[in-house]
Design a protein around this ligand. Structure first.
Ligand code: NAD
Length: 505
């Protein structure tokens, strides 16, 4: 594949000093194990680096610890100014960031240019502003003898772990609320996608955010990840990834009594009632299931369509999926890039191949002839609700469609998986929409759309999709510690309540 349209960006040159960013400098890892970053569109190696060992995690945590007093002690206005500069520097590097993200993930360049990078810049600007709005409960005399108020303080050094599907945005979601609230951080991105998290941290340094406030450790989950979660100097773990790994992270965090924020897997339902705008629902289902080649924790994965619209919906989705242009991520016309890796492609193909014995593959279900990790948009019908293809998180360009009869049935099916991250309801009836938004168990319910996110609104799950929020001012609940301060107002040596311990009134 010819990537001739790309701007010059060479990870081998840019990260020649290594893939660990500690105290404001790149350095190589010390694990003794090397990792190769593959361009999933071509199968070719684009960068090789030494993974972080436990000593690198220790060094990063020490750097974050050293930077903490100064950063936590800065005024909200000072932190805000630095983060506004950070947003401006990121915007200056927009083309390079989009390029690197497309290169390491295989994302279409129009997606990284129009979504990943501007979303990250906007998130940075949002948290630059939000940094000045952190507040506790105003002082009050809740007991006649005392004045109480609440201080909202940083929790300390945060250790975060991110997945590979949106590496730049995940770095932003983990780092921004943490540092806006005065914490310092060590982030471990996924091994497959180290590049844009490093660039994000470098942009922070360029903007004047002090060395050690943001540190990036690129290492293996079991080695660097587990060491970071268990580290005694890390006050909090924020993890985004699969539910399986999240459970392991929770075990380690619990053993060290850490605050924990878990953003886990999803299996979002897409419920189409019989009064819905069919064309809007078809377009929404195709866009919502194929965005980022389906590797999106909120992607539409299970469409439940009320019987009168079912046949037309299936036909419409199949026709539209056939028009999606699969190809070179660096071609501005490409709609769908490869999956993140050949292993992920094979995993997705495995789910579809097993489903052939109990369901119908209406379209797709195959990999095009290419050295890249491509898989065609795939539509499946006829699967039972309790089948693997309906219940498991596939994380690929696969949509399953099932019919339903009554509204009760549609909503019950929507809630019938272990996950609860996101969902959508498609209807023109305000009462149906209201009922669906109340009854669907999920961290986000869209009405007549599926996927959009905004910096001002929280993202996070229910049920096995985890707990806690990314983005928005709600994320400060995870990244701040609420401290009650209580002043005695009586100046009495012997307080009234002492009689419950000694003497009488
Ligand atoms: P993953 O769980 O395999 O890995 C996520 C991260 O955890 C990686 O950095 C990995 O190195 C690390 N890790 C692996 N084993 C570990 C261990 N034992 N201890 C500590 N860290 C460990 O997930 P993935 O395959 O990278 O990403 C896909 C998953 O992420 C999907 O399940 C998706 O739904 C989820 N996701 C969720 C959200 C959300 O907001 N809820 C957002 C994006 C992705």
């Amino acid at each position: 594949m010819d990537h001739s349209a790309e701007p010059a960006f060479h990870p081998r040159d840019r990260f020649a000093d290594g893939a660990q960013y500690i105290a404001g400098e790149l350095r190589p890892g010390t694990s003794g194990t090397r990792h190769t970053v593959i361009d999933p569109a071509t199968g070719q190696a684009v960068y090789e680096y030494e993974l972080a060992g436990t000593a690198d995690v220790d060094a990063a945590v020490a750097a974050a610890r050293e930077a903490l007093p100064q950063w936590a002690g800065a005024t909200p206005g000072e932190r805000s100014d630095a983060m506004h500069r950070f947003a401006a520097v990121l915007a200056e590097h927009a083309d390079e960031l989009a390029h690197a993200e497309s290169l390491q993930c295989g994302k279409p360049i129009k997606l990284t240019t129009e979504f990943d990078v501007p979303g990250t810049v906007d998130n940075t600007a949002f948290f630059a502003g939000a940094a000045r709005h952190l507040e506790g409960k105003a002082a009050g005399e809740y007991s006649g003898d005392h004045t109480s108020y609440v201080r909202r303080e940083p929790v300390g050094v945060v250790g975060s772990i991110a997945p590979w599907n949106y590496p730049l945005q995940m770095a932003a979601w983990k780092i921004l609320p943490a540092i806006a609230a005065g914490n310092t951080i060590v982030l471990k991105p996924a091994e497959l996608t180290p590049l844009t998290s490093l660039m994000f941290a470098q942009a922070a340094t360029e903007a004047g955010i002090p060395a050690g406030v943001i540190n990036i450790i690129n290492g293996a989950g079991k080695v660097a990840g587990e060491h970071l979660v268990g580290h005694p100097d890390v006050a909090m773990t924020s993890f985004t990834g699969s539910t399986g790994v999240g459970k392991r992270v929770a075990e380690i965090a619990t053993a060290t009594v850490k605050r924990l924020h878990l953003e886990l897997g999803g299996k979002a339902p897409f419920v189409v009632f019989d009064d819905a705008d069919l064309e809007a629902a078809v377009n929404g289902a195709v866009a919502g299931s194929l965005i980022n080649t389906g590797q999106d924790c909120t992607a539409a994965t299970r469409a439940y369509v009320q019987r009168p619209l079912y046949d037309a919906f299936v036909a419409g989705v199949a026709d539209l999926m056939a028009t999606v242009r699969v190809g070179d991520p660096f071609d501005a016309k490409t709609d769908l890039g490869p999956l993140i890796s050949h292993a992920q492609r094979d995993r997705v193909a495995g789910f579809v191949d097993r489903a052939r014995s109990y369901a119908t593959v209406v379209t797709g279900g195959e990999a095009p002839d290419s050295p890249g990790a491509y898989y065609r948009p795939t539509l499946i019908t006829g699967a039972a609700q309790d089948s693997e293809i309906v219940q498991a998180e596939i994380f690929g360009p696969v949509l399953v469609v099932l019919p339903f009869d009554t509204d009760d049935e549609g909503l019950a099916l929507a809630n019938d998986t272990p996950y609860g991250l996101a969902a959508s309801a498609w209807t023109r009836d305000v009462f149906r929409a209201g009922r669906a938004t109340r009854e669907i168990q999920a961290g986000c319910v869209w009405v007549n759309d599926h996927i959009p996110i905004i910096s001002e609104m929280p993202h996070g799950g229910a049920k096995a999709s985890g707990y806690g929020k990314d983005m928005s001012a709600y994320s400060f609940e995870e990244y701040t510690q609420v401290k009650h301060v209580m002043y005695d107002n009586t100046a009495l040596a012997r307080k009234d309540w002492h009689r419950t311990v000694f003497g009488d009134r």
